[in-house]
Ligand binder design. Structure first.
Ligand code: C2E
Ligand code: CA
Ligand code: CA
Length: 434
């Protein structure tokens, strides 16, 4: 006791990260000491599903249980939101593993909170501590091992550190550094994929899709880097770049096809943009700067946004609608929020998720007649329906017979650079299906 307050974590009373480091700085450590790095699985679910104070109470309960579980001389610290470190003083890897296994079981006991019980699993990385090194180095290795334990997505896993793990961690670090620089280095591109009218096979709209021209890895698609960009807090910046680039391109087509068929450009909105109160103003500014006709801009909001984003998304769409912008509900059928959006939002088109395509609209994920019901409903609201991801002629026929008006997919065209897609916009029908 008697420790200065800033070495203690306020919530649990355990040491915090700097407390842990300073405690070990002057200590003569045994060669047998091992670090356990604990991270609760899906902890965010608690803060999202209940509330912060429920999350806090669970963390305190877990801290007390850890104290119960460990022996004398074992140090426990809370080093991050739901991350804890346990330093096992002796007994080497065998003792550390035994304790880790005990902790996985013991911490999995459900916790009572006001509104019910919560069961949590914890993932643990294990790394031995070299007496000659700063404790931070061992913590880093244990943290890397913990991240590998999480890779399985099963939860409640224990992983001892292995040297190969650092290579993967270094690769990730390198990629993060490159991603941070990608915008300034002009490595992002927009590709455009046509949407095709199923009656005439004519294109009247394209969707802008982000690509990263990576210096050594080649052309990367969003699933390969968007998650990382989100973790790094870069989605706002990237989203602004996408919107501006798409509007400049739209403006160029607007002039080129003046007097002819005008092309709508659709842009995807990330969850981070939905929550950003400055976003509507940014849209106004970009439209102003580029001179792109708002009636030719579409913004796509995914139905798969998190529970917390539904209300902000509805608010945002109500703000954007008066600008004369088109709004689509993306990935319809893949999430849970579709109907609440349709009830409350000025949406003017629906994009049915590719997962609904299987077996001619009778996908494994949906009951028979789901797609037909969606189309009938959209019809009543006067909304066109686009089906995404059509790859084969029979899918096109099936979707057409269900009354879907528009399709997008490799069958007609892949996402392409602007100069490659441009002739498809000016010319006649794309592909043909009898
Ligand atoms: P999305 O909005 O559902 O976009 C359609 C995705 O389906 C694209 O993947 C497209 O290449 C792919 N696709 C189109 N036709 C077919 C097909 O026939 N078969 C198959 N298998 N796939 C098809 P992409 O470009 O990899 O983008 C993935 C997701 O990343 C997008 O899904 C969107 O959610 C997100 N994304 C892409 N660009 C942006 C962006 O600029 N901003 C934001 N926030 N998200 C973006
Ligand atoms: Ca989309
Ligand atoms: Ca989609």
């Amino acid at each position: 006791m008697g420790a200065q307050p800033d070495v203690r974590d306020m919530l649990t009373g355990l040491l915090n990260r700097s407390g842990l480091v300073s405690q070990f700085a002057g200590l003569n450590r045994s060669a047998e000491a091992v670090a356990l790095y604990l991270d609760f699985d899906n902890f965010r679910r608690i803060n999202d599903g209940f509330n912060r104070s429920a999350g806090d109470r669970v963390l305190v309960t877990m801290a007390r249980r850890m104290e119960q579980a460990v022996g004398a001389g074992t140090v426990i610290a809370r080093v991050g939101g739901d991350e804890f470190v346990v330093i096992v003083p002796g007994g080497g890897m065998a003792a550390a593993r035994a304790l880790a296994e005990h902790l996985v079981d013991f911490l999995a006991t459900p916790v009572e909170i006001e509104s019910g019980t919560i069961a949590l699993t914890v993932s643990i990385g294990v790394a031995s501590i070299n007496p000659a090194e700063p404790i931070e180095d061992a913590l880093l290795r244990a943290d890397v091992a913990m991240a590998h334990a999480k890779d399985d997505e099963i939860g409640g896993q224990i992983r001892p550190y292995r040297a190969e793990m650092s290579k993967a961690a270094n690769d990730r670090l390198a990629m993060e550094t490159e991603l941070r620089a990608a915008l300034a280095r002009g490595q992002f591109r927009l590709f455009y994929q046509p949407l095709v009218d199923l009656k005439t096979c004519v294109t009247y709209e394209v969707e802008a899709l982000l690509r990263w021209q990576h210096p050594t890895r080649g052309l990367l698609s969003p699933p390969e880097f968007l998650h990382m960009a989100d973790d790094l807090g870069m989605m706002g910046e990237i989203g602004r770049w996408v919107l501006r680039e798409a509007c400049w391109q739209g403006r160029a087509w607007q002039e080129r096809f003046a007097g002819g068929r005008q092309v709508v450009v659709a842009v995807n909105i990330a969850p981070g943009q939905i929550r950003d109160p400055r976003f509507p103003q940014e849209v106004i500014e970009v439209l102003d700067e580029t001179g792109f006709d708002p009636a030719l801009l579409r913004l796509e909001i995914s139905e798969t946004v998190g529970q917390d984003d539904i209300d902000p998304a509805i608010r945002l769409m109500r703000q954007l609608h008066p600008l004369g912008i088109r709004l689509s509900l993306d990935d319809f059928g893949a999430g849970y929020s579709g109907w609440s959006f349709l009830q409350q939002c000025p949406i003017d088109a629906i994009k049915i998720d590719r997962s609904m395509l299987e077996a001619g609209g009778e996908s494994a994920r949906s009951r028979p007649g789901m797609v037909e019901a969606m189309v009938a409903f959209a019809d009543r609201l006067g909304m066109p329906v686009t089906i995404e991801g059509v790859e084969r002629a029979e899918q096109v026929r099936a979707m057409r017979s269900l009354g879907i008006s528009t399709a997008q997919g490799f069958f007609f065209a892949r996402p392409l650079p602007a100069d490659v897609v441009a002739p498809m916009l000016a010319n006649g029908p794309l592909g043909s299906v009898a």
